[in-house]
Design a protein around this ligand. Structure first.
Ligand code: ATP
Length: 236
């Protein structure tokens, strides 16, 4: 398996405050990678920098062998990196279907009909509610819509930032199962999740981020049984 994403010695700052320092990681094609870390560790910053929203001050990011460091976010999206942001960033006054259509913009409607059918097959609830305004959907439905919109761009890598935030446990379980299903169909996934145990269980590879630095890495199962991880993130 070859690396789909490679982050090398990444430094990111907000003004003079360093958010990421020397972050290096590699994600293999077809794997689910999980980033674990406390509040403020830099998880969102990492995703946002890969997506081209924040700027790297030093270091490099390669996607599918191509240097994408500090490219425009639309360009990175067009190359096949999709992102489901922490706050979902839906258009509340547009319908579910219109939100899904927005997901195709960066990739100019490539295979629109087929992709829409695939998204509706994955989330039948969205098909039922396609004409409903996004802002009136339940939290779980909104998260499905955010994932569905990302999938409309036919990404090769999907990055999700705390997708289960504010969702009921049953909905969280469903969401993680959906992520696994997508992965089994070939999608590579980078996941930041507050449900550390549940996300490590589905991860092939995981990294622990602390104060902007990777302090530990291993397989999902390896970190799940790691003493330091169990104490710091699983309350055991
Ligand atoms: P959380 O789990 O709370 O979302 P996180 O691990 O995603 O946290 P980040 O949001 O990446 O962490 O934040 C990393 C650091 O960068 C924090 O110290 C945060 O205060 C700071 N930071 C994040 N965004 C900005 C910003 N726009 N301006 C200034 N500082 C920021």
């Amino acid at each position: 398996m070859s690396a789909l994403l490679e982050v090398q010695a990444l430094d990111v700052y907000y003004g003079e405050a360093q958010a990421l320092g020397g972050v290096s990681l590699e994600m293999l094609k077809g794997e689910i990678t999980v980033i674990v870390g406390a509040n403020g560790a830099g998880k969102s910053t990492l995703i946002r920098t890969i997506a081209g929203i924040e700027r790297a001050r030093a270091g490099r990011i390669f996607f599918a062998g191509r240097d994408v460091t500090n490219l425009d976010s639309h360009e990175i999206c067009r190359l096949g990196v999709g992102q489901v942001a922490e706050n979902r960033q839906l258009f509340p006054n547009l319908t579910a279907l219109e939100n899904l259509e927005m997901g195709t913009i960066a990739r100019s409607g490539h295979r629109f009909k087929q992709t829409l059918e695939e998204v509706f097959a994955l989330f039948p609830r969205l098909a039922e509610r396609r004409k409903q305004l996004a802002g009136t959907l339940s939290g779980g439905e909104q998260q499905m819509l955010a994932v569905g919109r990302c999938l409309m761009g036919r990404p090769e890598l999907m990055m999700l930032d705390e997708p289960s935030l504010g969702l009921a446990p049953k909905v969280v379980q469903l969401l993680l199962e959906t992520i696994q299903t997508l992965n089994q169909k070939g999608l590579t996934v980078l996941l930041v999740e507050q449900n550390v145990a549940a996300s490590l269980k589905i991860a092939q590879r995981a990294f622990v981020l602390e104060n902007g630095r990777i302090i530990l890495s291993g397989t999902g199962q390896g970190l799940l049984h790691n003493e330091a991880v169990r104490r710091a993130y699983l309350g055991l």
